[in-house]
Ligand binder design. Structure first.
Ligand code: GLN
Length: 451
């Protein structure tokens, strides 16, 4: 703990932690020491982690990177976090992220951007940017982030670490501040697939507070193995052929495919006919869900309330409008507007219903693919980490960085991003593996083999 606290101090310029629980972490470490001495320590004894600022941790502030949660303290602890605490993890602090987990660069945070430790002029990815850099820079052993469209995997790829998004419903969302409820997944970011597997194994499983969580038994992901036969691996042709993907990333991906082939596996290209519909489907549905989820932040029940002009009183509607306009940042406001539009009476069928139908088609196409293959692989991102400010004024360019990650969320499948070397300037590259629902064990097993 002391070592990590010192490193956090030395790396303040990266803007990773929005709060450091120094004294509390020391106390937790002392308590773990005693348990170790008496032989009663849990499975995570000695593991020092950080948690993304969207996870409720009783008695601690939680802000979702937003001003609208000014002075808000969590009233209870997220199930996933509580399970880690029960196994004697040490929580060293709360990590910076994009506001309400909306973003791909961590530039949409009320706390200011996080910087990539490989090159501080570059973004760390998002929305779990702080959580990824924390592991990259050795400020804690692992982090717990959330992934709605890539927010664990994309920053892991940009920072050269491992990010694991489980199957939808594998981990309880109770206590996770909602972005898009039918997409949101809590997932670990770590140095190795083993660490990610251990954290997932402990966080996963039924929870009476989340009705969408699966009752499927949790497998021992840490010791899972691959079937004793050649694997059937599909890769997205676009990932190694499309002009839209950086050349160094295409080459790095091809090298991994060659290695898999050389090891005797069946490695074949596939085209997703619905690839171009992934991002529109994702962004229509997530903005719709988020506009509904974020309606609870009204300036009355939680956090920030507009003071108006300080002289006259406001009627209720003005109070709502002013509190939300002042409390939410520009990207969150954009998404609330888009989502409200997609859900409005005249456009509901044209956008929301249509997107739900396309979601179903994407699910069917992917299911068909997985009747022939064990895994679907691709680069995690089309480019390495871009410069701070480079895409912030161009939301469409920003959304395009999610092209390879959103599919897993649209259909609820598990996926992992593992490091795949660097480009010539030393920027990390990620390799993504996707597996069928609840196949996290083989996902982790393949990731271990490839790292
Ligand atoms: N970048 C995507 C978005 O902005 C994904 C975010 C996430 O997974 N939370 O929606």
């Amino acid at each position: 703990v002391e070592q990590y606290l010192a490193r956090i101090q030395e790396h303040q310029h990266l803007n990773v932690f929005t709060e450091v629980y120094a004294d509390e972490a020391r106390q937790q470490a002392d308590a773990v020491d005693q348990k170790l001495a008496s032989g009663t320590a849990g499975r995570l004894a000695g593991m020092v982690i950080g948690i993304k600022d969207v996870l409720n941790y009783a008695g601690h502030e939680v802000k979702a990177g937003s001003q609208i949660l000014e002075n808000f303290t969590a009233q209870f602890t997220a199930t996933a976090v509580q399970r880690l605490i029960d196994e004697d993890v040490v929580i060293i602090g709360r990590q910076n992220c994009d506001e309400f987990a909306m973003g791909s660069s961590n530039e949409n945070s009320a706390y200011g951007p996080v910087r990539n430790a490989a090159d501080t002029s570059r973004v760390p990815g998002g929305s779990s940017g702080g959580s990824a850099v924390a592991v990259q820079a050795g400020l804690c052993l692992a982090s717990i982030g959330s992934d709605t469209g890539g927010s664990v995997r994309q920053p892991a790829a940009f920072c050269g670490v491992v990010g694991l998004k489980p199957t939808y419903g594998r981990v309880s969302r109770w206590g996770l501040i909602a972005y898009a409820s039918s997409f949101d997944c809590i997932g670990p970011i770590a140095n190795t697939p083993e660490d990610a597997a251990l954290l997932l194994e402990i966080m996963a499983g039924p929870d009476e507070f989340d009705s969408t969580v699966s009752t499927q038994p949790v497998a021992a992901y840490t010791t899972a193995t691959l079937p004793d036969r050649p694997l059937r691996i599909a890769y997205l042709r676009d990932g190694v052929e499309s002009e839209g993907v950086d050349e160094t990333i295409r080459e790095a991906t091809q090298r991994q495919l060659d290695t898999l082939k050389a090891a005797g596996h069946v490695v074949e290209p596939v085209d997703m006919s619905l690839l171009t519909y992934l991002l529109p489907t994702y962004y229509i549905l997530t903005t719709a869900e988020s506009s509904s989820n974020l309606s609870r932040f009204d300036g009355v029940r939680y956090g920030y309330r507009s003071r108006g002009n300080g002289t006259s009183t406001m009627d209720l509607l003005t109070l709502y409008k002013k509190s939300r306009t002042e409390g939410f940042g520009p990207e969150v406001r954009r998404r609330i507007l888009l989502g409200t539009f997609a859900l409005s009476a005249s456009y509901y069928d044209a956008y929301y219903t249509k997107a739900q139908q396309v979601r179903q088609l994407i699910r069917q196409e992917t299911e068909r693919l997985f009747t022939q293959y064990d895994f679907l692989v691709s680069p995690t991102t089309p480019t390495p980490a871009f410069r701070l400010g480079e895409k912030i004024d161009d939301p469409l360019q920003m959304y395009l960085t999610d092209i390879f990650t959103v599919q897993a969320n649209v259909i609820g499948y598990p996926a992992i991003s593992i490091p795949n070397g660097t480009d010539p300037s030393g920027l990390p590259i990620g390799f993504q593996i996707m597996a069928p629902p609840f196949a996290e064990g083989s996902l982790v097993a393949l990731a271990r083999k490839m790292m």
